[in-house]
Design a protein around this ligand. Structure first.
Ligand code: GLA
Length: 380
């Protein structure tokens, strides 16, 4: 059954192309429960897919042209699959990037007429771009009758992001958007790509997602700088990736540079927190996730230095308002926090954060309750 948000996209497709779509596909945004900036260090992450998602209606075309309309912007962009060059700008680059990645990997992909809509907040660290990539990829696989297993789809979507769009991200976002299962968080080993679906349900607790609406200036440069520091530290320590640091004290003693020491400490302790979080959830002790969220935030704030004043205020206020734990989620420098709160209190906690923001002169935040949802799929 299509929901209203999906009907809107299908109706816009019918109006725009005077035809029925061949199918309708969705792919979700995500929050990361814990495991930040660990994915490109071959470490562990534990995101869950949100109910917020990209919906996409499409039909194949006989030529190599792509016509893509966004109901969010009201714009239609056109590109030719035969003429794609990495470095394209705009939201359509995420669609074009997936076409490009499939072709680069030897898959035969033709043109399409496509209409999409998204209710994943943009630029907020909720993976709105991965949702676009994964929705397009899922549609392309079906439209072109390709056989590509889900993990490989995530890897192709990341190739689009890294090599076509040019953002040096890890695999977490595309893995979450593709592999997540309703009611679960995804424990993902970013080295061997092993996955475990971890139940994330406790009637007594819910996860508040609060968007600080902080614009992230210079995010890309800062992200790339963190990644470069981690690679440099791994090189100095003589390990393939920071995932391989087994004795943190010995590693810290080997590094002269205080900044590199703090970067390493974040990654190594964060990996350990993810493993603890898996154990906690698998034992049905969701409340015990709270201290791990708090410790993750402190580590991101003090050691990895990826938080900003609005984010720190939101996290502190969430705790004062009764959250069992809270942390920034996503790449950093703005975006969203998550807070583990007693069921039914999310609005009140968010209200307290809104008051604190008003008092500090910050723009009003937005919020919702994060519901662990299913990954990319065809819905019609
Ligand atoms: C962004 C990237 C991910 C990951 C996170 C930080 O979301 O796209 O690959 O590195 O930041 O955990």
């Amino acid at each position: 059954m299509l929901e209203q948000r999906d009907e809107t996209v299908v109706n816009a497709f019918r109006t725009g192309y005077s035809a029925e779509p061949a199918g309708v596909w969705v792919a979700p945004g995500r929050v990361n429960l814990i495991g930040e900036h660990t994915d490109y260090n071959d470490g562990f992450v534990m995101p869950f897919a949100l109910d917020q998602r990209v919906t996409l209606a499409a039909r194949p075309r006989p030529d190599s042209v792509w016509s893509v309309t966004s109901v969010n912007t009201g714009r239609t962009e056109v590109f030719d699959a035969d003429e794609l060059q990495p470095g394209m700008a705009g939201w359509q680059a995420y669609i074009a990037g997936v076409v490009w990645a499939l072709r680069e990997s030897g898959h035969d992909v033709g043109g399409a007429d496509l209409t999409l809509g998204s209710d994943v907040p943009l630029g907020s660290g909720l993976s709105s771009s991965a949702a676009l990539e994964c929705a397009a990829l899922t549609a392309l696989v079906d439209l072109n009758e390709l056989t590509i297993e889900p993990l490989q789809r995530a890897i192709l979507a990341r190739k689009a992001e890294n090599e076509f769009v040019g953002a040096p991200t890890g695999l977490m976002d595309q893995a979450a958007s593709t592999l997540c299962v309703e009611g679960h968080a995804l424990f993902f080993d970013c080295r061997d790509h092993a996955i475990r679906q971890v139940p994330l349900a406790d009637p007594a607790l819910e996860i508040l997602v609060l968007n600080t609406n902080t614009p992230h200036a210079h995010v890309d440069g800062e992200y790339a700088a963190r990644r470069a520091s981690c690679e440099e530290a791994a090189r100095l320590l003589g390990v393939p990736a920071l995932r391989d640091v087994t004795d943190l004290d010995a590693a810290l003693a080997k590094l002269d540079d205080d900044l590199l020491r703090r970067r390493v400490r974040h990654v190594v302790t964060e990996d350990a927190r993810v493993l603890e979080a898996v154990a906690v959830l698998e034992q049905g002790r969701l409340a015990d996730l709270g201290p791990l969220l708090d410790a993750s935030h402190v580590s991101m704030r003090d050691d990895f230095e990826i938080t900003v004043p609005t984010i720190d205020l939101a996290v502190e206020t969430a705790r004062e308002a009764g959250a069992l734990g809270a942390r920034m989620t996503g790449g950093g420098f703005g975006g969203c926090i998550i807070a583990l709160v007693p069921t039914g209190t999310a609005d009140a906690v968010a209200g307290r954060i809104g008051e604190a923001f008003a008092a500090a002169g910050y723009a009003a935040p937005a919020h919702f309750v994060g519901r662990p949802s299913a990954g990319a799929r065809r819905i019609a």
